[in-house]
Design a protein around this ligand. Structure first.
Ligand code: ZN
Length: 558
C-alpha cells in the first residue's frame, strides 16, 4: 500500500549534533545589516579588522544558510529548548509500543542520537538473561527516571493546521507548536497552511534541525484548480517548493483526473475531504487518494438520489451546511454503506475521521466552556470562535436542542462505521483540525483519542491509531513504534493512558493516592528524533504567552 523506504523531507534533513549550530546571537544579527554591525564594532575597538575578527568559514556558511531561511520568515518562532544526547537512557518505564501489543515493563530504553538503540528489561528476570540494562546508566549523558510512568510513541496528528494569526490578530509563532509538543505530538501533517507552503517547508527544516521547538512537520499544500492544465502546473510547482502532499478541493472530474495523475507522477499523496459536492468517496477511490479527511463523501456514496436537505437550504450558508450535514449518516443506506467501506479498504484509503472538530455540534456549551481555555486560549483564537457569519466554522446562531440531537445520532452511526472500517482492515488515524469551532491545539488531539475510544476502539487501538497508523499513512517506515532502530519519537506520561486518556491532557487529572487527592498525569517529556523537550516547561511557556496577551502584552502585528 505504501512505498516503503520513501522518507519525507522533514525526516531526511537532520543535524547530527545541535552543538554545531550557530548560537542564537548569530541568528539575531541576521535581522540587522551584518556589515554595519561589524564596521561599528571595529570602529569602537579602535582596531582594524583582522582575520581573527572574522567568523571561521564553516560558521559563516552556516550563518548565511540560516539567514536565508530566517529572512524568508518575518518573525521566526523562538529557538528550540530541546536537546539531543549521544546516549539518553530512559529507566524503569512501562512501555506501550504503539502496535497494539500489551504493556511491558519496567524497561530501559537506550537512545543514541536520534535512534532507539535498545529496549531491555530494567531488572533481571528468569527470561531476561544478559538483556538487563546493567552499567548503561554510567555511560549515558542523560538519564530520565521514568519509574511509575508510561512511555508511548510520540503522537502523529494527521490534520494539524499551523496558524500564526486568528481573527486577523497575530499569535506567537510557537504557540501552536508548543501546545502540540506539550501534549506528546511529535509529528504533524500540515494539511495546507494559511501561512503558505514556503513558510511551512522552512519550518519543517528548522524543526528537523532542532532550531525551533516544534513537532516534525510534513507539509501538504492546498490544491484547487479550474482547468486540467492549471492543475498539472500547480502540482508540479508544489512539488518543486518542497510540498510533501496535496490537500485537494476540486469539483470537476476532468480537473480531479489531471490532478491525481500528475500527483502520482510527482509522487505526492493526496488527502481530500469531499465536502458536499458531485463527487463522493467512490470517486476518491478511483482517483487514488491516500486519505479521506473528516467523513464527507462516505455517507453520500450510500444515499440514493441527492442529499435530502430542506428546500430553503443554501450550501454557502455555513449554518445550513453544518446543521444539515449532521443528518447525512441517517440518510445513508446501510447495505450500500457496507459496500462503500469495502471499496475504500480495497483502494487503500486511510480514514482520518476528525471526530472532535464537530463536537460543538452535539454539545455546544461543553465546547464553549472547556476548562483549559482560561490558561491556554489565546485571545485572537477566542475571538475567532465567536459566532460570525463571515468566518469559517463560526456558525452558531440559534443552534437548537434539535440540532444537537440530530448530531448525536449522526455521531453514533458515524462512529459505528469508522469502527467497522477498522475491523475490516481499514487504516484509521488521529487528526485534530484544531483552530476552528472551539477546538484548541494539542488538547483536541487528545480529545480526538478519547472519541476514538468512544467509537469502540480499545485504548491500545486508540494509541495505535494515533501513532503506528499515522506513520503508515504518511509512508514513514521508522517512527510510530517503540522498537530498536526506529527514531526516538516518544511521549513520557505521568500515568497510564490505557487506564485514562485524560492523563495525556496538560494538567492531568486529580486522583486518590494514599488518602490524598493528588494531581497526576500530563506528558512529562516529549522526545522527538531523540531531542528531549520538557513538556511541562513548554506548557508553562504557553501560559506565560496567554497571560501576556490577556494583559495587553500580546505580540506585535506582522
Ligand atoms: Zn482542516
Amino acid at each position: 500500500m505504501e512505498s516503503p523506504g520513501k522518507k519525507v523531507f522533514a525526516r531526511r534533513i537532520r543535524t547530527a549534533n545541535p552543538a554545531s549550530l550557530p548560537p542564537l546571537a548569530t541568528r539575531v544579527q541576521c535581522t540587522t545589516p551584518r556589515r554595519g554591525r561589524q564596521q561599528s564594532a571595529a570602529a569602537t575597538s579602535g582596531r582594524s579588522s583582522t582575520n581573527q575578527d572574522m567568523p571561521p568559514f564553516r560558521t559563516l556558511a552556516l550563518t548565511i544558510a540560516l539567514c536565508a531561511t530566517t529572512t524568508a520568515l518575518a518573525q521566526p518562532p523562538a529557538p528550540s529548548s530541546g536537546q539531543r544526547y549521544n546516549r539518553l537512557l530512559i529507566r524503569n518505564a512501562m512501555v506501550i509500543d504503539g502496535t497494539g501489543n500489551p504493556v511491558r515493563g519496567p524497561i530501559d530504553i537506550l537512545v543514541e542520537g536520534s535512534t532507539i538503540r535498545s529496549i531491555r528489561m530494567s531488572r533481571a528476570t528468569e527470561f531476561s538473561g544478559t538483556q538487563v540494562g546493567g552499567d548503561t546508566a554510567s555511560r549515558a549523558d542523560r538519564v530520565i527516571d521514568a519509574t511509575g510512568m508510561y512511555v508511548m510513541p510520540g503522537i502523529i496528528d494527521m490534520h494539524a493546521h499551523i496558524q500564526f494569526s486568528r481573527a486577523g490578530k497575530s499569535m506567537p509563532k510557537d504557540y501552536v507548536y508548543k501546545l502540540l509538543l506539550g501534549h506528546g505530538v511529535t509529528t504533524i501533517r500540515e494539511p495546507g497552511s494559511g501561512e503558505g507552503l514556503d513558510t511551512m517547508v522552512a519550518h519543517a527544516r528548522l524543526s528537523s534541525e532542532n532550531r525551533i521547538s516544534a513537532p516534525a512537520i510534513v507539509p501538504y499544500a492546498t490544491a484547487g484548480a479550474n482547468t486540467p492544465a492549471e492543475a498539472r502546473a500547480l502540482v508540479r510547482s508544489i512539488k518543486q517548493k518542497g510540498g510533501q502532499g496535496l490537500k485537494v478541493f476540486v469539483n470537476r472530474t476532468d480537473v480531479w483526473e489531471a490532478l491525481s495523475e500528475e500527483a502520482k507522477a510527482q509522487g505526492l499523496p493526496i488527502a481530500t475531504d469531499m465536502k458536499i459536492q458531485e463527487h463522493d468517496v467512490l470517486d476518491a477511490a478511483r482517483f487514488g487518494i491516500r486519505t479521506i479527511e473528516h467523513w464527507y463523501g462516505v455517507p453520500d456514496a450510500a444515499i440514493v438520489g441527492p442529499q435530502d436537505f430542506p428546500a430553503d437550504y443554501n450550501y454557502e450558508d455555513e449554518l445550513d451546511r453544518f446543521r444539515w450535514a449532521g443528518d447525512l449518516w441517517r440518510q445513508a443506506d446501510s447495505a450500500r454503506l457496507s459496500a462503500v467501506i469495502d471499496t475504500m479498504i480495497a483502494a487503500g484509503i486511510t480514514w482520518n475521521p476528525t471526530f472532535a472538530i464537530y463536537e460543538a455540534n452535539r454539545d455546544l456549551r461543553r465546547s464553549q466552556t472547556q476548562p483549559w481555555f482560561a490558561d491556554y486560549l489565546h485571545p485572537a483564537l477566542r475571538e475567532n470562535f465567536e459566532p460570525d457569519p463571515a468566518r469559517h466554522g463560526s456558525y452558531f446562531f440559534d443552534w437548537t436542542t434539535a440540532d444537537e440531537v440530530r448530531w448525536r445520532n449522526n455521531y453514533r452511526i458515524w462512529m459505528r462505521w469508522v469502527r467497522e472500517f477498522a475491523a475490516r482492515g481499514g487504516n484509521v488515524t488521529v487528526g485534530s483540525d484544531a483552530g476552528f469551532i472551539y477546538q484548541l491545539y494539542g488538547f483536541t488531539t487528545i480529545r480526538e483519542m478519547e472519541l476514538h475510544q468512544e467509537a469502540g476502539f480499545h485504548p491500545l487501538e486508540v494509541i495505535r491509531n494515533a501513532t503506528f497508523n499515522g506513520a503508515k499513512a504518511l509512508g514513514l517506515s521508522n517512527t510510530g513504534v517503540i522498537r530498536p532502530g526506529y527514531e526516538a519519537d516518544l511521549a513520557i506520561v505521568d500515568g497510564n493512558p490505557l487506564h485514562n486518556m485524560k492523563f495525556l491532557y496538560a494538567g492531568g487529572m486529580t486522583v486518590h493516592e494514599n488518602g490524598q487527592a493528588v494531581q497526576r498525569g500530563g506528558v512529562k517529556y516529549t522526545v522527538k528524533d531523540g531531542i528531549v523537550f520538557d513538556a511541562q516547561q513548554l506548557l508553562a511557556d504557553v501560559r506565560a504567552m496567554i497571560q501576556s496577551a490577556n494583559t495587553g502584552g500580546g505580540v506585535a502585528p506582522d
